[in-house]
Design a protein around this ligand. Structure first.
Ligand code: SF4
Length: 345
């Protein structure tokens, strides 16, 4: 490779990583009778064009609230109270409901677990797909039907013409999720948010859905945020992983770095909880529960559960530290943690 080729390659790579979504200091709070729950606490992260990024963490870490905040579907008593969500340079927190409806229909799509529950039970698959295509893309009935068949073929649904006539209750969970993916990509979104897309599916189907998400990204260049508690799934599909705890990203890294050099004590606990790692190394599991977000712990939110916690941890919130290219972790004692992990191996 010549120097010029190398420079072009680097520029292409940087272009590929240019952020299309920038979340800055986002605060989403829930105003309950017991008090204000600060569910997202100055959350900041970027998503690059064409990137598949995993948002991982325990239930209650703020993963799904992040997804719903991006598409502005936070329901009362929740509210975005501060921060920016810059999507291709435009701040979504300042958009009107009409503008957001347009963005949700064309530029950002979301799929959920329980896909059958997300489909309209009284309309056939074809009717639902064609409605979206006619309404969003202005297609005629014939054009919409042709495109619906193409989309079902794209997501590997056998006999797509026959499936157009099927109702949601006639589809398996995996088939229904394929239909949801077809609907999500029908308008060519720039960003797809997949919230626990394989929960409840058996392992073989889960693998097929993961492969499908990758194929869709490769084919369309759509960026994907995969929200999951399943690190094995994230390892299969993601380019980069972000770990959330108490409404913040506490560690993020390219997927190979993430698994070869996990650094934050919470990440180590999550990895230790993976079934495939049981018994492999003496790294800690996570005692206790996610914190009460109305009475958040002072300093580092993880300190009540962390075996490395010191007085500094309960007094001062740690800033992200750079560990390697695109790899950061927010912890006061990264060196001690690494030393202890190396000694335990
Ligand atoms: Fe643990 Fe302290 Fe690091 Fe927080 S800052 S993860 S409490 S060592």
């Amino acid at each position: 490779m010549t120097t010029n080729d190398l420079q072009t390659h680097i520029q292409d790579a940087e272009q590929h990583r240019a952020p299309m979504l920038e979340v800055r200091e986002l605060e989403t709070q829930f105003f309950t009778r017991k008090g204000v729950a600060r569910v997202l606490d100055k959350l900041s992260f970027d998503i690059g064009k064409g990137e598949i990024v995993g948002l991982v963490g325990e239930s209650g870490s703020g993963k799904s609230v992040t997804g719903f905040s991006i598409v502005n579907l936070i329901k009362s008593p929740g509210k975005i109270v501060a921060g920016e969500i810059l999507f291709e340079g435009r701040d979504l927190t300042k958009s009107t409901e009409d503008q957001m409806r347009e963005i949700r229909g064309k530029s950002i799509a979301m799929i959920f677990q329980n896909p059958r529950g997300s489909l309209n039970p009284v309309l056939s698959v074809g009717d639902q797909l064609c409605q979206v295509l006619k309404y969003r893309q202005g297609m005629s009935k014939e054009q919409a039907k042709r495109r619906a068949i193409e989309l079902l073929t794209l997501v590997h649904i056998p006999e797509p013409e026959r499936r157009l006539k099927a109702y949601p209750h006639q589809l398996s969970g995996g088939m229904a999720q394929r239909v949801m993916i077809a609907m999500a990509i029908s308008c060519g979104p720039e960003l797809l948010i997949a919230d626990e897309p394989t929960t409840g599916l058996d392992v073989t189907i889960e693998y097929q859905i993961i492969q499908l998400l990758k194929e869709m990204r490769d084919l369309t260049g759509t960026s994907v945020i995969v929200i999951t508690h399943d690190l094995n799934m994230a390892a299969e599909v993601c380019d980069r992983i972000m770990v959330m705890y108490a409404g913040k990203v506490v560690e993020q890294a390219p997927v190979d770095q993430f698994f070869s050099r996990p650094s934050h004590p919470y990440t180590l606990g999550l990895l230790a909880s993976r079934p495939s790692l049981h018994g492999s190394a003496e790294i800690p599991t996570i005692p206790g529960n996610v914190p009460d977000l109305i009475h958040r712990p002072s300093g580092c939110s993880f300190h009540p559960r962390c075996r490395w916690a010191t007085a500094e941890c309960s007094a001062t919130e740690p800033e992200p530290q750079t560990i390697g290219p695109h790899h950061t972790a927010s912890c006061h004692h990264l060196e001690e943690v690494q030393r202890d992990i190396a000694a335990a191996r």
